[in-house]
Design a protein around this ligand. Structure first.
Ligand SMILES: *Cc1c(COP(=O)(O)O)cnc(C)c1O
Length: 638
């Protein structure tokens, strides 16, 4: 018997790839074991992986409850290496005679452990950091960076920001202050002469070429950032007048994030390189051409220019940048600049994933008891019973349409008072059963009519999952961004359900109903039926932007977080556990002091005791329980 079931098993990678496309979006970091469990390979070594479910078990053993944010710092190391090596390859291939330098844009993920790991991994590449606010600058000032690493200061700046950015050079950093509007320059000259330090400057220039898709607005002529050609000339004149021409070290461009089409990148780089060459020839010996971010992540694995994908690889990105800049510098006869990139998404997205446990499942129209046909005393329900019994592959379209009509009739008869609740329940039950049969029959049609595809989506189950979309995948709510989602076990078992995911906020937007698919976007995700065993889903590629944008909607706080390292023998180690926020902490952030809450609760309970509504014992136990609960996890625990 055992052998028989074994031979029936599919090859381990068949279901994960056919249904979930793991190989397409996994970037070499994720795979599936023979046991059908999802594995992670932080160094991309296919032989050195661990089952994610074993990491979950390790956390459960330590009494750390789900949901979890899992971090794999070694994935950050690998991404940093690949980014820099890609540029080194291109530089060698095109005989580019200058260098490449990268910086990490802090807004993508400001978590200290993430930024520090990145800086350590990037040390040998002189990896630097890009900041856009005073707080990000303050963090950057305390980082141990390579002595040649760049500190790029973007964003809208006030006096304090300027002072600190300028003084950074005195404590061993290499700040470049990016001028985002002509007025910046006046302020900078004031502050720098007061401090007696002359800072390195850059100018952020707008390009005509823009990105496309959900993130396009940051590029283009009308973008919020940067100066246009007219202002650029004003700015250059001002710099010359102030005797600061030699301080202009960088031209900065950023056409947006997640640029899905490589042609847009090429066009923008062409424009940027021309601007560089022209400005250089006007007598500004600029050393750095900063091409910003934009390197995308293939969230859906389709390798297309669709919104959540990219039609190019990291190497192609590097090649096109290096090649284009090289060509234009040669044709303009100017020395090639050091190429600076500010990729954040592509560096950080893969290293974090989110694990949520399914709490329960809801199937529309299922449940309840089978109706007893002998008890039917309504004509419309009788008709529906006949449809239910006689629907078949030949008549299902017609019968389904009849059922739709019956249901409308059921509704109006009920509203007019001609039906009792039993009749109505029988009718509804029959309706959903007829729909289910119709869907089944429709699957064998060559050209499946739209109405049955829609119906199938309406009838998808709802899996209630222990998490908050607003906290953990805010862009799936805000931008309809897709993240790959897949169960971490049972991947040799054919899924039998189609489901959308609902979170535990009380917000109807708190759900995920769009899923990655190679060709299109799936309206429902194939999942397994859930029995008494815990069923965990992993949401991938959430290491960029999601943590910083996440919010405590409904007072659901940050999730329990664990960092895992895999050693050379392939064994996992928990590097760090960071407990998620407690009720007390999220309440504090909304202005309730934890101490006041406890005191006020005690006062209320005392009043109740004074009025003899509760006993002294109850008073004590309520107060103690209240206080312990404030110290507990905001997510569902049992
Ligand atoms: C956000 C931002 C980046 C990062 O872009 P990614 O597409 O995430 O790589 C880089 N530079 C600037 C100026 C930014 O504002």
């Amino acid at each position: 018997m055992k052998e028989f079931t074994q031979s029936l098993r599919l090859s381990p990678s068949e279901i994960p790839n056919r249904i979930y496309g793991v190989d397409n979006w996994g970037g070499g970091y994720f795979d599936v074991s023979e046991q059908g469990c999802l594995t992670v390979h932080p160094t991309k070594n296919p032989l050195m992986g661990v089952e994610i479910v074993s990491l979950v078990q390790a956390l459960l053993q330590r009494k750390v409850p789900p949901p979890y944010l899992l971090r794999f710092p070694q994935i950050l190391d690998t991404q940093i290496k690949e980014l820099h090596e890609a540029f080194r390859n291109s530089i060698a291939e095109y005989n580019y005679t200058a260098q490449h330098r990268a910086v990490f844009p802090m807004k993508v993920n400001q978590k200290r452990s993430v930024v520090e790991r990145l800086m350590a991994a990037g040390h040998r590449y002189e990896y630097g950091v890009e900041v856009g606010t005073k707080a990000e600058l303050a963090a950057a000032l305390t980082m141990s960076l390579h002595s040649k690493a760049l500190l790029i200061c973007n964003g809208v700046k006030d006096r304090k920001y300027l002072e600190w950015a300028i003084q950074a050079s005195k404590i061993g950093k290499n700040p470049i202050l990016i001028i985002e509007e002509v007025n910046d320059l006046k302020k900078i000259t004031e502050v720098s002469s007061a401090l007696g330090v002359s800072p390195d400057l850059g100018v952020r220039v707008r390009v005509f070429s823009r990105g496309a898709g959900k993130w396009e607005e940051s590029g283009g002529e009308t973008s919020k950032f940067g100066i246009n050609t007219i202002q650029l000339l004003d700015c250059l004149k001002l710099l010359s007048d102030e005797g600061l021409a030699r301080r202009l070290r960088m031209l900065h461009f950023h056409i947006g994030s997640q640029i899905t089409d490589i042609r847009r990148i090429k066009n923008a780089i062409k424009e940027a390189a021309r601007v560089y060459a022209k400005v250089y020839k006007m007598g500004f010996p600029i050393g750095f051409l900063n091409v910003g971010g934009g390197l995308g992540v293939d969230y859906d694995g389709s390798r297309t220019a669709s919104d959540c994908s990219v039609n190019y690889s990291m190497q192609e990105f590097a090649n096109d940048i290096v090649y284009t800049i090289n060509e234009i510098c040669e044709s303009e006869n100017v020395p090639p600049p050091t190429i600076v990139t500010e990729s954040g998404r592509a560096v950080a997205a893969h290293h974090a994933l989110f694990i949520t446990n399914v709490i329960r499942t809801l199937n529309p129209g299922l449940g309840g008891t089978m109706i007893n046909p002998s008890k039917v005393d309504s004509e419309v329900v009788e008709e529906m019973t006949d449809l239910y019994k006689e629907i078949n592959p030949k008549n299902f379209r017609e019968y389904y349409h009849d059922a739709l009509q019956n249901r409308e009739e059921l509704q109006s008869l009920f509203n007019l008072g001609y039906l009792n609740l039993q009749n109505r329940a029988q009718g509804e039950w029959l309706f959903w059963q007829i729909c289910r049969k119709a869907i089944k029959f429709s699957r064998s049609m060559k050209e499946r009519p739209e109405e049955f595809i829609d119906l199938e989506n309406i009838l998808a189950s709802k899996y209630i999952c222990n998490f908050s979309v607003f906290q953990s995948t805010p862009d799936s709510w805000a931008l309809d961004q897709l993240f790959p989602i897949i169960p971490i076990t049972r991947l040799t078992e054919e899924p039998t359900e189609r489901a959308t995911l609902c979170d535990i906020t009380c917000d109807s937007d708190g759900q995920i109903d769009k899923f990655v698919d190679l060709r299109d976007v799936k309206q429902a995700l194939e999942l397994h039926g859930v029995n008494d065993e815990p069923y965990f889903l992993a949401i991938f590629l959430i290491g960029a932007y999601q943590e910083s944008l996440g919010m405590n909607h409904n007072l659901l706080g940050s999730a329990n977080e664990a960092h895992f390292l895999i050693d050379d023998s392939g064994k996992p180690h928990i590097d760090k556990i960071v407990r998620g926020e407690t009720l007390g902490q999220v309440l504090e952030s909304a202005g309730y002091s934890e101490q006041n809450l406890v005191e006020n609760f005690r006062t209320m309970a005392r009043n109740a005791e004074n009025q003899s509504k509760i006993t002294k014992e109850e008073l004590d136990s309520y107060c103690e329980s209240f206080q312990t609960t404030l110290g507990s996890y905001t997510y569902l625990e049992e």
